[in-house]
Ligand binder design. Sequence first.
Ligand SMILES: Cc1cc2nc3c(=O)[nH]c(=O)nc-3n(C[C@H](O)[C@H](O)[C@H](O)COP(=O)(O)O)c2cc1C
Length: 179
Amino acid sequence: MNKKVLVLSSSPRKGGNSDVLCDQFISGAQEAGHQAEKIFLKDKKINYCTGCGTCFNGGKPCPQKDDMTEILEKMVEADVIVMATPIYFYTMCGQMKTLIDRTCSRYTEITNKEFYFIVTAAVNSKPAMQRTLEEFRGFTSCLSGPKEKGVVYGIGTWDKGEIKGKPAMKEAFQLGISV
Ligand SMILES: Cc1cc2nc3c(=O)[nH]c(=O)nc-3n(C[C@H](O)[C@H](O)[C@H](O)COP(=O)(O)O)c2cc1C
C-alpha cells in the first residue's frame, strides 16, 4: 500500500542533525514507493495555544489564523507521522511542543496513525532519550489507535553535520523503507 508520510522536522537548525535524519527517512520511504512530505517547522508560523477554550468548550475551530491550520489538515490526512526533535535540556525543543499543543482543536481526528520518532543529542546514551520519548508518547496516548513503529537515535552529535557517518543515517533510511 502506498502511504502518505508526513515528517515534522522541529529543529531550528535547517540541515542540522535531526533534519538530515528526516531526509534520510524520506529517501527510504520514497524508495519504497510511498509519498513523503517534510514540514520544517521553523519556516512556519505556529503560535502558542492560548487555552482559550474555543475548541474544547465551544467545539469551534481554533480562532488563530496561522500555518497550523494547514499542518493539522496534513496530520489528519497522513497515514504515517514522523516527529523529529533535537534534545534540548533533556526534553523536546519548544517548536515541537508548541505544535503538539496546537493540535488541541483537531487531535481527536488524528486517528490510526503510525508514528516514528527521531531524536538527536550530544550525549551518546539511549537511556537518556527515554524521557523525551515518553513525552512524545504522552501526546500519542491522547490519540485514538496510534501505533509506534520505530525510533531513530541520532546520539553523540553536537555540531551540525556530525550525524553524517553515524549508524543513525542508515537506520533512518531503513526505517523509511520499512514503512
Ligand atoms: C539549547 C540547547 C540545549 C541542548 N540540550 C542538550 C541536552 O540536554 N542533552 C544533550 O545531549 N544535548 C543537548 N543539546 C545538543 C543538541 O541536542 C545536539 O546538538 C543535537 O545534535 C542538535 O540537533 P539538531 O542539529 O537537529 O538541531 C542542546 C543544544 C542546544 C542548542
